[in-house]
Design a protein around this ligand. Sequence first.
Ligand code: ATP
Length: 360
Amino acid sequence: MKITLSDITKAFPVRGKKGADVVAVRDFDFTFPDGTLVGLLGPSGCGKSTLLNMICGLLAPTEGHIFFGDSDVTKLPPEARGVGFVFQNYALYPHLTVLQNILFPLQNLKGADKLSKEEMHSRAEEIARLVQIDGFMDRKPGELSGGQQQRVAIARALVKKPRVLLLDEPLSNLDARLRLKTREEIRRIQKETGITTVFVTHDQEEAMSISDTIVVMKDGALLQSGKPQEVYQKPQNLFVSKFLGTPPINVFDGKIKEGKLFIGDAAVLDTPDLENRDVYVAVRPEDFDLCPSGAFVCPVHRIEVMGRDTSIVFSHESADAPVLRALIRTEDIPNTGATVHFSLRRERIHLFDKATEERL
Ligand code: ATP
């Protein structure tokens, strides 16, 4: 089932300051497509959790409407929405076994939804198998690893067969290795169930690796959405370009003058299609071309070989960071002189207007 957010705004009143609201989410318009996994991504405080809480009904929007499929659920309470929610801290009942934790949401079902004891157990076992926790049904949460606890939390969210699954930073409490494994698991479970899923994270790599679509937020607003690779390759503004990618994109102050792009005093590229203006020039580490006659000349600090990747670590006086990185193939390592020469290609750099920071 698709979820549509139509012009959603959420303002919180500030205690003691009449009229001075914190706008956590503003004018948010987006449709989460049916059966897909959408990664909601943005820095701390950008409104991700507020948005999730509005989808599940724990918070009411100040303005706008929320639709599940074609029905308006804006005024429906959480229990009537059919949403499964997984929190960062698992929120399991410590005194109950895994089985009892998974059964818990089913025991509160009423009326036509009420299940017999046998039905509840068979549903719990089916979900436990899906998340591969069926070998631990008699343990208490304290006797499980963090990853296993998170699986129980996912099982508990899925056992009522929700129409929507919301995951709020579900991997934050896991170590790096387990994060990788668990995110693959979430992807598998989402594919097997086909349930529309919203996955909140501030980790861009995590979002890019498992999402069908990513949504990048800043200050409560939607900046860009699309397939992860499309957003990575064509960021619509400087913020999105900097938010995605590790090592981060390299950003330089530049100038378009008489059909040429200048970085510092060097004319590094012909840009006959652009008018004179100040720009930011953003180049991903993998998008520099080594070229002995290249016009873009930078002082080299060192060469770093890290497993598969080799980086040239360099600097430039027009850059916004003290050190920059170009990723190259190990066989292309240049004779490390004091400088390195790059040539830039129009289709592999990103130009943003200096004033608006929007893509040119
Ligand atoms: P994080 O990644 O740190 O969890 P987030 O993107 O989920 O952050 P939110 O928790 O949605 O961000 O908060 C968005 C903004 O709204 C923040 O500035 C926060 O301080 C503010 N905010 C959230 N809840 C309330 C509240 N109940 N009252 C006042 N302000 C709030």
